[in-house]
Design a protein around this ligand. Structure first.
Ligand code: ZN
Length: 336
């Protein structure tokens, strides 16, 4: 009894101490704690945001950052994505010398320049986009991957520039362009310079298309704001991973603006596919095969779906059946 009441008293004391600390602590300190908590998720276990299961982090990583319980596709770090997408040993990074800039000397909770330095040190990257050449099952591509862990994958001046440059490489070298997005949208710290990237990336893609190039964008969880409103949605094919949140404004903002309850599954990839905003949903585990098929299709190298995975384009099977049937029917009858 004594032991337990002593422990209780001690716990109460600690709690009171903590309350005092919080009360006495400045807002900056609380802000810093929040920042650290948000920016550096650690630990062995994590909670699935889709099914709520407590899952072992290592198992999630082994399963290409998907939930072992419900299959939810978590945001995948950029470098892992490159590794997961390309044939090993084919990656050749481009424009890695371009680093984010603080031209406006912007200050919000702290100077943007300092925030950039911290992010670069933490992530080992100098921007939220990685671009380069590589091969997907032997098909030469230009790959551009957004990394959500770099300031929420936001699109600043350099992200936009790297996308435009990647489009130019794809155009000049006649390679398909494959992009993966994961972004909170435009980077507010760069003001108008970041918004200008929306037009710039779209023009670069448009030049690629005019010259007969081929582009695929894979929208991953989450893709929102100015990225959805620009280059992510104007490629030749728009693919998404299952369950990905894709939208411009967030669902809460929309619900409070239109004062209506949003339909179930609103802004999720499945919902958008049904509404005709996406061409295809592709599971991460079969993404490479899907992309290879789509590249063959888009570059007129299409012959038949890859045999070892039996992946077919939607409708391809039905078309083949219809053709076979048409061949069987005598000419006179088909004319009717
Ligand atoms: Zn889950």
């Amino acid at each position: 009894m004594t032991d337990s009441s002593e422990i209780k008293a001690e716990a109460a004391e600690t709690m009171a101490k903590k309350d005092d600390e919080v009360a006495a602590g400045s807002e900056a300190r609380i802000g810093r704690l929040r920042f650290r908590k948000k920016e550096m998720p650690g630990g062995l276990w994590l909670k699935c945001e889709n099914c709520g299961a407590t899952i072992y982090r290592k198992e999630v990583e082994e399963k290409a950052h998907t939930c072992p319980s419900c299959g939810f596709h978590f945001t995948m770090p950029g470098r892992n994505r490159v590794q997961h997408t390309l044939d090993s040993g084919t990656w050749e990074e481009l424009f890695s010398e371009l680093s984010a800039m603080d031209r406006l000397e912007f200050v919000d909770s702290g100077p943007y320049g300092e925030k950039l330095d911290r992010t670069v040190a933490r992530t080992g990257q100098n921007e939220a986009l990685i671009a380069g050449r590589g091969e997907i099952l032997g098909r030469k591509v230009v790959l551009a991957v957004m990394d959500f862990k770099f300031l929420g994958g936001s699109m600043g001046e350099v992200v936009g520039e790297k996308i435009a440059l990647a489009c130019d490489v794809a155009r000049k070298e006649n390679r398909p362009l494959v992009m993966f997005t994961a972004s909170g949208g435009a980077r507010m710290h760069e003001g108008m310079l970041s918004l200008m990237q929306m037009a710039k990336t779209c023009s670069a893609l448009s030049r690629l298309q005019e010259d007969g190039g081929f582009s695929i964008c894979v929208l991953t969880h989450p893709t929102t704001g100015g990225v959805t409103a620009s280059f992510a949605m104007v490629c030749d094919l728009t693919v998404a991973e299952p369950g990905a949140l894709i939208g411009f404004a967030g669902p809460r903002v929309i619900a409070s603006t239109i004062k209506q309850e949003l339909p179930a599954g609103f802004q999720r990839a499945e919902f958008l596919l049904e509404k005709g905003q996406l061409d295809l949903l592709a599971d991460r585990h079969e993404m490479r095969d899907r992309l290879a098929n789509l590249i063959d299709f888009g570059t007129h190298a299409w012959q038949e779906p890859l045999g070892h995975t039996r992946v077919a384009l939607p409708g391809a099977e039905a078309e083949a059946d219809a053709e076979a049937e048409a061949e069987d029917v005598p000419d006179a009858e088909t004319a009717d």
